[in-house]
Design a protein. Structure first.
Length: 201
């Protein structure tokens, strides 16, 4: 089949790529911060505005550093626990990105392995995928603490798939950068990443 000659595996992000959940995460940032320190809400909003598609880890690192908290590890852990709790419930109720489920079914039908690579904690993302009823669509599900670059290398090594035969689908700059670094093919989802792709070309 011609499609199989173009790529032998698909690696995809989840939030903003398969499900329309980016807005949920941005709101969860604010809600989690508000539960820890209501006075830091405005500061949190400024960080989000300056850093689109920022990960929960980078967000908490910047926020609590700016707040000059001495025990940053303690506050980061507290924030991440609250953030994960908020997201895990709301993400399941969000809409799929148009065509994402059809794509997964098609790739499954033509027997092209699909992997998830996300910055969401691996234990959380596996629970979410299971509750969505999507587990059968994915060969493996990878999340943090390992990086997306690490995920690509694991797939390349464990499944003997050449990196230039991997198609990476994502909506964030880190997705594009990971694909470029590893010589993977890339498809961007959403207006923001298309702007970043234009800057690379």
């Amino acid at each position: 089949m011609n499609n199989q000659k173009l790529f032998k595996a698909v690696v995809t992000d989840l939030d903003g790529t398969l499900i329309d959940s980016n807005h949920i995460k941005k709101n969860a940032f604010i809600s989690a911060v508000n539960q820890i320190n209501p006075k830091a809400k405005d500061q949190a909003k400024k960080i989000i505005l300056k850093n689109k598609n920022i990960s929960r880890y980078e967000f908490s690192k910047i926020l609590f550093h700016e707040m000059r908290k001495k025990n940053i590890f303690f506050y980061k852990k507290k924030f991440l626990n609250k953030f994960n709790h908020i997201c895990s419930h709301k993400v399941l109720k969000t809409k799929h990105i148009y065509g994402s489920l059809s794509l997964l079914r098609w790739l499954n039908k033509i027997k092209i392995p699909v992997f998830i690579s996300t910055s969401t904690p691996e234990f959380s993302i596996k629970k979410i995928i299971s509750k969505l009823g999507w587990s059968s669509y994915f060969k493996e599900i990878y999340g943090s603490p390992n990086s997306k670059n690490y995920h690509i290398n694991v797939i390349h090594k464990n499944y003997k798939i050449s990196k230039d035969k991997i198609l990476f689908i994502g909506d964030g700059l880190i997705d594009l950068q990971t694909a470029k670094k590893n010589n993977c093919k890339f498809i961007g989802v959403g207006k923001e990443i298309k702007f970043e792709i234009d800057k690379y070309n």
